[in-house]
Design a protein around this ligand. Structure first.
Ligand code: SF4
Ligand code: SF4
Length: 170
């Protein structure tokens, strides 16, 4: 319960959100969080943004505050996937993985920032998360490196189909 203008505000656990998250890979790990705060010390997203805090995010997961976590303009996209939190956590919670699972929930709803859409499109068309451009090979040449070889898109598409279940025969 939370105080609001003299009244107690009841916070209801969103079990549907928690169930959906638990079905994602590593989505259920927040259940082991005992709120020690070790994950916050080296978190770059916390250093550079006002409202980001992996310990608080795990607490919100435990409370089932889905709307606050995966609503429009979610601050979870600030996570850099650096995994510092996972290395520090004594409970092996891997907050980074829990956050990725919630990003996947948002992606399932078609809810992601334009920068992420660019990465998705580059990956689906070129098999790379950064679209190729002549400057990349030019910079590589400066360091004596050969041009990047083309990505085998047919193999990438097989992996995407296998992981999403699309294209499987029933
Ligand atoms: S370090 Fe692990 S157990 Fe501690 S608050 Fe962070 S996620 Fe929870
Ligand atoms: S992976 Fe963990 S430490 Fe790194 S930005 Fe995300 S929450 Fe912070």
């Amino acid at each position: 319960m939370a105080e609001s203008a003299g009244k107690k505000k009841v916070v209801r656990v969103d079990f549907a959100f928690r169930r959906e998250l638990a079905e994602k890979v590593e989505g259920n790990l927040a259940s082991f969080c005992y709120q020690c705060g070790a994950c916050v010390g080296d978190c770059p997203a916390m250093t550079y943004t006002d409202d980001f805090n992996p310990r608080q995010i795990m607490l919100k997961v435990l409370y089932g505050l889905g709307e606050e976590l995966i609503g429009d303009e979610s601050y979870l996209w600030e996570c850099t996937n650096c995994y510092n939190c996972a290395e520090r956590c004594p409970q092996e919670v891997k907050p980074a993985e829990v956050i990725i699972s919630m990003k996947n929930m948002m992606a399932d709803r078609g809810q992601y920032p334009p920068g992420v859409e660019k990465v998705i499109n580059a990956f689906l068309t070129e098999g790379r998360t950064v679209a190729m451009n002549p400057a990349i090979d030019k910079n590589r040449a400066r360091f004596g490196l050969p041009p990047l070889s083309p990505v085998p898109m047919d193999e990438i598409l097989i992996l995407i189909e296998a992981s999403t279940g699309e294209g499987k025969e029933s």
